[in-house]
Ligand binder design. Structure first.
Ligand SMILES: NC(=O)c1ccc[n+]([C@@H]2O[C@H](COP(=O)([O-])OP(=O)(O)OC[C@H]3O[C@@H](n4cnc5c(N)ncnc54)[C@H](O)[C@@H]3O)[C@@H](O)[C@H]2O)c1
Length: 276
């Protein structure tokens, strides 16, 4: 499928912050019409109005991606407004950090609802429309935690592995109908997510500070730039930045390195565990 951003109609979920916000800006800079969709309606409106002030076509929608009906209305609304839907970025997500033994039912439910059902709801609303159109591109945000082990992020990793599997499999089905499917798998990115993470029985502030100090973080604008290139090249799994690509290549050819790294990471996480 020939990728044309100029004049395209795009939806970005989780578009008010972090990676989603950078995707919104990258699309707008390439001349796309963008819906900034987020549960944070104020943040979405702030982003959309800032883009409109620069002459871009952008609208904000307050949407909870766990609400299938709301996602359906979001997608139908874009089709009605702009006559088509060219891009859907299923990007909204949350993370739960800590020992699995400390996670309650709510952590499982909420993480799966947002990270996996949020993507499913987007796919179920957009894919049939794009298939009928004979064109379109669905980009789901996974993570490198969806490509290998991520102890300390076990529930999150389960959702991201599912997102990668869904994306790679749908890709094989959708090609016949002219629909492109890609999955974005970033390493650590400097966004509010680390601060906003749900830390189970942990000193979250100290853990976040330590992760920021020790982790190799990339900027969300660089992720969005790599993503745009990956979409144009139709790279099935877009791993970014280069350090994450290197780590994933090493993991593929020497899986024991994942055990060593993740063991050390888990010990660091346990260092911030609190007693009740
Ligand atoms: N930051 C990282 O290190 C990193 C690494 C790999 C993958 N990711 C993934 O990138 C995506 C974006 O994360 P980010 O780092 O930009 O985080 P972020 O917290 O900056 O942004 C997430 C956005 O999603 C929105 N959101 C949360 N729940 C929602 C819901 N139910 N409905 C609609 N919107 C909702 C939030 O309001 C927020 O604007 C997520 O899927 C995340 O898992 C992040």
């Amino acid at each position: 499928m020939a990728i044309v951003f100029k004049g395209a109609a795009a939806i970005v979920t989780g578009g008010a912050s972090g990676i989603g916000q950078s995707i919104v800006r990258a699309l707008a800079a390439r001349g796309a019409r963008v819906v900034v969709a987020d549960i944070d309606g104020e943040g979405a409106e702030a982003e959309a109005s800032a883009l409109r002030a620069k002459g871009c076509e952008a609208v904000a929608k307050t949407v909870d991606v766990t609400d299938a009906g709301a996602v359906e209305r979001l997608v139908a609304g874009v089709e009605k407004r702009w006559g088509q839907l060219d891009f859907l970025f299923n990007n909204a997500g949350v993370i739960y950090v800590g020992e699995l033994l400390d996670m309650d039912d709510d952590a499982w439910q909420r993480c799966i609802d947002i990270n996996l059902w949020g993507v499913i709801n987007g796919v179920r609303a957009a894919y049939p429309r794009m298939a009928r159109q004979g064109s379109g591109c669905i980009v789901n945000t996974g993570s490198i935690a969806g490509l290998g082990p991520a102890p300390g992020f076990t529930i999150y990793a389960a959702t991201k592995h599912a997102v990668v599997g869904l994306s790679q499999s749908l890709r094989g089905e959708a090609r016949k109908y002219g629909v492109q499917v890609n999955v974005l798998c970033p390493g650590f990115v400097s966004t509010p997510m680390v601060t906003n993470a749900s830390y189970a029985r942990m000193d979250g502030a100290a853990a976040a500070a330590s992760m920021r100090k020790r982790g190799v973080f990339t900027e969300p604008d660089l992720v969005a730039a790599d993503l745009m290139q990956g979409i144009e090249r139709d790279t099935p799994v877009i791993v970014t930045p280069a350090t994450a690509r290197l780590a994933m290549s090493i993991l593929r050819y020497a899986p024991f390195t994942g055990e060593i790294f993740s063991g050390k990471f888990m010990e660091a996480i346990r260092g911030f565990r609190t007693r009740k």
